[in-house]
Ligand binder design. Structure first.
Ligand SMILES: Nc1ncnc2c1ncn2[C@@H]1O[C@H](COP(=O)(O)OP(=O)(O)OP(=O)(O)O)[C@@H](O)[C@H]1O
Length: 264
């Protein structure tokens, strides 16, 4: 099987406060603070993905999932290590990313599609399908600055799922959007997965990862905690003593996802 993604010993460092005020700088000097100003959001992460694998990316808040996806999609570069990908990448990394608030939904579809590598002709030929998927109705010609967060997600996801790609990245897909839209997204992602596209799917819900993915990667404070079978990954996360409270939320979310998945 062809290799789709190689992540080789990747690290990414951020500053805690990239733009401190003069007052903050002076205070920290006067108090001779020795707190570190940087931290590693990703620390020596390595794995390989074969074409057609569906990966569930899991981990607690702030563990580095979105950062990893940004590196895989090329939105960011690693400070150390390398990321190699094969083929065209599509997906939704952050709701509303790449949208111009003053432009209408229609104009943003063309602009977003161009950013994902689609020609104007290709977008024109798929426009009706994209608009039907987004289902924002008469708001299509309204500036997207007036859209709700759910409408943003609809538009972004509608464009992303109509790109012929080799790797599909889905972050925050189910975080916004109403139930019918989530259902539509899950169904479409399954179709994308079944067509042989490599799927990278971020979720806090064990239920939807089990349904959608054949492998799971768990990040823990920027490090690779687990890489392998989805069921094992879920057990691994539940055995983590820090996760008592989220377990309860997760089971509620799981129930909703179970219901969604069985609806499909
Ligand atoms: N551009 C940035 N500048 C500074 N810190 C950042 C930046 N992007 C992410 N971080 C920090 O890096 C860490 C990892 O963030 P990331 O968004 O990758 O986590 P996550 O696992 O996706 O979290 P969540 O589940 O909450 O979405 C967090 O502490 C976050 O505050």
């Amino acid at each position: 099987m062809t290799t789709s993604i190689i992540v080789d010993d990747v690290s990414k460092t951020f500053r805690y406060n990239a733009h401190p005020t003069l007052k903050q700088v002076l205070r920290s000097r006067l108090q001779r603070e020795r707190t570190p100003s940087t931290f590693k959001a990703l620390d020596g992460v390595s794995f390989e993905v074969k074409q057609g694998e569906s990966i569930g990316l899991m981990g607690l808040n702030g563990s580095g999932k979105s950062t990893l996806l940004k590196l895989v999609s090329g939105v960011m570069r690693p400070d150390e290590g390398k990321v190699l990908t094969r083929g065209r990448i599509s997906g939704l990394i952050a709701t509303g990313a790449g949208f111009h608030k003053e432009l209408s939904g229609r104009d943003n579809i063309f602009m977003n599609a161009a950013m994902l590598g689609m020609s104007k002709e290709e977008t024109e030929s798929k426009f009706d399908d994209i608009a039907a998927f987004a289902d924002v109705g008469r708001f299509m010609d309204t500036p997207v600055g007036n859209y709700s967060s759910g409408m943003f997600a609809r538009l972004g996801f509608a464009v992303a799922v109509h790109v012929d790609c080799d790797i599909f990245i889905a972050d925050e897909v189910l975080a916004v959007g109403d139930r019918p839209f989530k259902k539509k997204c899950m169904k479409r992602m399954r179709e994308i997965r079944d067509s042989g596209v490599t799927l990278f799917y971020v979720s806090h819900s064990a239920g939807s990862v089990k349904k959608m993915c054949n492998r799971a990667i768990v990040l823990e404070k920027g490090r690779l905690g687990f890489d392998g079978d989805v069921e094992e990954a879920v057990k691994y996360l539940h055995y983590d003593g820090e996760d008592e409270e989220p377990d309860a939320e997760e089971s509620e979310e799981d129930e909703r996802d179970e219901a969604l998945a069985s609806d499909i």
